[in-house]
Write a protein that binds this ligand. Sequence first.
Ligand code: SF4
Ligand code: NI
Ligand code: CU1
Length: 712
Amino acid sequence: MSALIDLIYQGSNTVADLTEQSVNAAIEKYGADARAAFPETGYFAPTIYAATGVKVKTLGDLPACVGVLKSLITGQEDLGAALNAGLATAVGAEILELLKYVESPNPYENESGIGFVPDAVIRSLGVPLVTGDIPGVAVVIGKADNAADAAAVVRDYQDKGILSFLVGDVIEQLAEQGVRMGLEFRVVPLGHGITSVIHVVTVAVRAALIFGAVTPGDLGALLQYTKDRVPAFVNTFGALDAITVSAGAGAIALGFPVIPDIDLGDLQVPGALVSETDHSKMVEKSLELRNIHVKPKAVSLPVGFAAAFEGEIIRKKDTYVEFDSDHSKTAELVTMKPVEEIEDHKITILGPEVPETSDELIRMSIATLVNVGGAKMQPDFEPVIERKIHTWYNYMEGVMHTGQRNLLRIRISKSSWERGLRLKDFGEVLYSMIRTDFGEVVDKCEITICTDTAAVEKALDEVCFPRYRARDDRLAALTDESVDTFYTCTLCQSFAPSHCCVVTPERLGLCGAVSWLDAKASYQLAPTGPSRPIAKTGCTDERLGAYETVNQAVAEATHGAMEKVTLYSLIEDPMTSCGCFECICGIEPMSGGVVIVNREYTGMTPTGMPFGELASMTGGGVQTPGFMGHGRNFVASKKFIRAEGGLERIVWMTKELKDDLAPKINKTAKELYGIDNFTDMIADETITTDPEELVAFLTEKGHPVLNMDPIM
Ligand code: SF4
Ligand code: NI
Ligand code: CU1
């Protein structure tokens, strides 16, 4: 044991010295006032900020941090103290990496890794992490003796949906082995040097700040959060040097077990530092140590089937067959049928087969028609299941699916075709996924995949279009007034323990992934699960959308952390945020209106804050009057900040969001206020991000906000 502790201290001291020298050199070169910041974050140097509360903004802020770092290294001969020394290494690594961003705005440009991970990426990981779609996070460090073994380990993680972060030569090794990398493949190369491991540490640390509402400076709460709620672990390949060991001690302090592939003998620490020299057992050992359970796979296919393939892009030149609505006819429909009319697990391929070989891109029509039935099935669940076809088709390796209903593009890659993937596999995928994910409501399910253009056309005219129209009518009529039940969603509580969304027909969950229909289906699928019904009674304030029952449901769901939320106000008891919101809206004081920013936007807003900073004002289930996270589609809702005057308050949006939602926003504005083309009055970043110019623009356009009552 003491040999291990010695190694940790040796590494920590080396990093501490290097950090101190580098900070001094940087100050000498650039001056103490030089800006020191990671890109696209509202959390400064996240580890330092979370652990100490210090907001590093300039090089001059760093010497004090070096002091803190050194104070963590006491040299005591016990493991607890040594783990603190490991944290010191993390702080040192963070500073050293930060200095790279002082040297250059994009220090990872010519590197094989990506370096610092922006806040927006972490927010976007919220939903897949809480749904178990990403069951865990692996940090893979080093250089393997045998590249193929390392590739097999990472591929296994990929297959299980686990997100891997890579540090060191293993990046090149995996690239040589043909492992595809990028966030969309759930394999993210961070960088070569060991200090780049901090870029995954800051992900965990920011999760605590974004979702967990951990107070910056509360180191104990931070370590508790990462230990309890961030399902990460570390695998190392090859020999370990003192710095890596000391970084590993930092990981252990955060609650992440370290599994090296070399035999550490009696240096091992049960539950925390455990060797596994057999690479074929590394994945299993890691998952076991971190207590990660992976959902068993329901389908067997000639190609991979995993969430890791969801974002895969298949280019035209790599496409064997394409089914798309521009060139052919396409349709997708899930229909509820009486159970007795359904033959369970019947999969029919109707129409011409896709040719077995072809030198040219093949284009064909396709209709995916699914009949489902069951005692608890409801017509409202049809679109919920139908939308999942997109996800499940995309899970197949070498399959790309975009669009929905009659407007689709589906591609099968040449390599997956060669490996034997056929349309009947598509049917099998749907059958098993529907039975797995919707088994509570679907007792029987049959699937027809039709490739005959005339037959697809006939299906569209006779079955699909009438059904789509009926559903649209239902959705249009589905208002908060027309239903007697709202739903909670507490899915995000695994990361944001005191957060609860209230989902209504006109207000979807802030992640954008849970509509009222989804929540309703979710309750039916799992009555004790994340969505519970709220009887719509006891309205105490129409304008705010305040209900006694909503307050009770939220208080119960958050174990008393939140006792009052309103449905329609930005200022009076606004709904809380977990952190994975698609957009945030906030008050712009000079105009008295609100700005809306989507999380993909990295530029400035007229509030003087970019998305990251605005976003850091709310999250973790805390109310921040004047700032609220929400789903994209909520903006066009008649209930959007209705208490403050509704969407007439919008003075500025990002251009992308505005253009995307313009038809819907304009429709709502016309209906509510009789304004034509309201989005023409809303500024965006191409017009201005300056508050005074904004007011001038609004005045010129005659924006209604200028005649409204003050917002606060
Ligand atoms: Fe999380 Fe709310 Fe979305 Fe549910 S609706 S997954 S709680 S953000
Ligand atoms: Ni979430
Ligand atoms: Cu969330």
